[in-house]
Design a protein around this ligand. Sequence first.
Ligand code: HEM
Length: 260
Amino acid sequence: MSINTPPSGQNDFESSVNLQSFLLFLLAVLVGLLVAVIVLPIWMPNMAFSLSGNAPKAYWYLSRATAFASLSLLWLSMALGLGITNKMARLWPGAPATFAIHEYVSLLGLAFAVFHAVVILGDHYIKFTPLQLLMPFSTVDYRPLWVGIGQIGFYIWAIVALSFYIRPAIGQKTWRFLHYASFIMYLMGIFHGLFSGTDSGANWAQKYYWFSAGSLIFLLVVRIVGAVIDKLFPARKPAPVQRTIQDEKKVINNKGQVTP
Ligand code: HEM
């Protein structure tokens, strides 16, 4: 996957990650996971047993680790996005670079979310079916409401991330409206993690959730206050230069002097 940083000074940034590369990357993640959780137990039962037998919980640990990786990447993407709109990103590393990283990190987080959800298929305690994984609120034996919120959040994330690629077709207004859904999606991720996760009771996890949500609220407040200040005290634009007919008639002669 390559990042093409848009030229600096450009306001309407283009997508920085090639769509085909990203879809290929997602397909590779998906195929690798399906081989690990579906084909491996048939093909090499002993090896699969060492990962998911009665006691080992390799798939469950992988799902929990990638859950936090995904939520952290979503946090970073949101923080960078707010940094662009509240203009803090102009200080460092600059708006074009921030935009490119913002998009890249969001797509990477989405790939981690796919890993987090699909790898749980291999866990013998949770026992989801592929259909349950796809259908929100269908995991009847394991916290269907909170897992469902995570599933809906995932679908919203996919729509927001892929909307980078159809921006010219849907227009800036619709794209921006869709982009606001990322706030809802982030909240869904936080609530889903808090209420369906095993680690939520741990001290470190609670600090993590507080820091994640608290820092984004801070950046959002900076953005809102900035927007209010901009509205109340609009920056003065330089007055347009009035060109008169006399100006138009003035010609620079070959000695570099302005002649009437
Ligand atoms: C199809 C979508 C999803 C499914 C089926 C799903 C499923 C699950 C399940 C079953 C758990 C409980 C695991 C456990 O701790 O025992 C969980 C926890 C968690 N999920 Fe998801 N999830 C999905 C989407 C997401 C998304 C999009 C995010 C991130 C934004 C996310 C972040 C988390 C977090 C942080 C935890 C807590 C992990 C822990 O406490 O160990 N999930 N998810």
